[in-house]
Design a protein around this ligand. Structure first.
Ligand code: SAM
Length: 443
């Protein structure tokens, strides 16, 4: 935020709106401009706060969803349901597109405070995207798919309802903007349906129906709750929904001057970057993904039996699309079994086919070597080495976007490097390779 007056005025208008609609805010908190830390607007404690103190509460009437948006009076429930079946976010995105373009919308002061600038990979150019090579982000951006979804599912609805949607403003750009806001700000809940609870009370069974309802997702925008930033390991507030109340409550002592954080989840830096455009350094939730195809292609020793082995491993749910390595530095047992099977010669595999007894996930020297090769090949997929990245990070005036990418890809690479170090020093003493490091987290 580069204009202090605008920042203050927007905050004031938003808070007036929030309180005049029944919201309450503790006098111990305030908005603060964290743009010097590239974190936009956040919430700060302006007095010491004790655990369990209520920071603010949100009236249900200003929670924005397909149930509260005035768009519900203009399009049919079945149209919302159709969109919701394609993607649970779509009804909310459509409502946000509508409310953001409606001059007298109840949510105008809320839209005025919401950021319209996003630094997520969805908005990057080819050059920036190339820096993501080898990372888990590159295949998950979904820009092409989002455009396709807009053209297939939103555009026909917009074009056939010109009295509701002006097609010059209800365009792909607005869709991307509201989609990004939903991705960064919305709250997602699994909700239970009242009828089902009644059924249970009546002693009716309906197991299938019950499961279906528990799975139902509700996606909403919660004004004020989404003004809190996230920092891995520093979460000090949480949104509680109880007996019809939506309350943000301190979950630990917060000292005057400290920022108030709400967790967005146990997110690796790749997900933080993709969804929110920032990363956390030394993030204990970092992971690195090993594509299942890449694993079998790297480790397989016999072309003739390769496909049969893959088929068998898939059938037993041992081989997956992805193997995930994390900061516990444990090699997943399924990866060891996959490596052992892919390293079998014809006779050994024939025996396995007959007995259907898969090898134990215990380390041995043959597997140690193939896993070393696998992790080295995986590291080679990045366009830079750990050393290169460390050097770039130390250079002056590194652009923020590049800095974030490097922190993220270093998080991934360090997992691989730690695993390699553990493997290289493994001498057969223990069936496990890992020096399991305890993951420490404050929240
Ligand atoms: C739910 S909003 C939080 C309020 C937001 N800062 C604002 O100005 O509106 C989420 C967005 O805040 C920003 N954000 C949250 N935590 C951050 C952090 N630790 N560092 C940098 N940006 C952060 C990201 O842009 C993210 O997409």
């Amino acid at each position: 935020m580069n204009n202090t007056l605008n920042f203050e005025e927007t905050n004031k208008k938003f808070i007036n709106w929030f309180c005049s609609n029944g919201g309450t805010i503790s006098s111990k908190i305030a908005f603060k401009d964290y743009s010097s830390e590239n974190a936009g607007r956040g919430v700060v404690a302006i007095d010491d706060i004790e655990p369990f103190e209520v920071l603010f509460n949100i009236p249900h009437s200003i929670v924005l969803s397909e149930k509260t948006s005035t768009l519900k009076d203009l399009i049919t429930t079945s149209e919302f349901e159709r969109l919701g079946k394609i993607n649970s976010w779509f009804p909310l995105i459509l409502c946000m597109m509508y409310e953001s373009q409606t001059e007298n919308s109840l949510w105008k002061p809320y839209f005025d405070i919401l950021s319209r600038e996003f630094d997520t990979p969805m908005f990057w150019n080819e050059n920036d995207l190339s820096e993501l090579e080898g990372t888990g982000v590159i295949d998950k951006i979904g820009k092409v798919d989002a455009e396709k979804q807009f053209n297939e599912h939103f555009l026909p609805m917009i074009q056939s309802n010109p009295s509701i949607f002006d097609s010059s403003t209800f365009n792909l750009e607005l869709f991307h903007c509201m989609g990004s806001l939903v991705m960064a700000n919305a709250f997602q809940d699994k909700i239970r349906n009242k009828n089902i609870e009644d059924n249970e009370e009546d002693g009716e069974d309906g197991e299938d129906e019950k499961n279906e309802e528990v799975e139902k997702e509700e996606v909403t925008m919660m004004p004020m709750a989404d003004m809190l930033n996230h920092k891995t390991g520093f979460n000090n507030a949480r949104l509680f929904r109880d007996k019809g109340l939506l309350e943000m409550i301190a979950i630990k002592k917060i000292k005057k001057g400290e920022q108030i954080y709400n967790t967005y989840g146990e997110l690796c830096s790749a997900d933080l970057l993709r969804k929110y455009g920032f990363v956390d350094e030394n993030n204990i939730y970092d992971i690195v993904e090993l594509n299942g195809r890449f694993v079998v292609d790297t480790i397989s020793i016999d072309e003739d039996t390769k496909d049969k082995k893959i088929e068998m491993l898939l059938e037993e749910d041992i081989l997956d699309d992805m193997f995930v390595l994390d900061t516990t530095y444990e090699i997943p047992p399924e990866l060891i079994i996959t490596a052992k099977v892919m390293r079998m010669d014809k006779a050994q595999f024939k025996k396995l086919q007959k007995s259907e007894k898969f090898p134990e996930p215990k380390m041995n020297f043959d597997i140690k070597q193939s896993l070393i090769e696998l992790f080295e090949n995986r590291l080679a997929l990045y366009k830079t080495s750990i050393k290169d990245d460390d050097k770039i990070l130390k250079s002056d005036n590194i652009p923020l976007r590049l800095k974030n990418i490097i922190i993220m890809r270093l998080g991934e690479k360090r997992i691989l490097q730690n695993l390699l170090n553990n493997l290289n020093s493994w001498n057969g003493d223990d069936e496990k390779v890992t020096n399991r490091k305890k993951r420490k987290i404050q929240e």
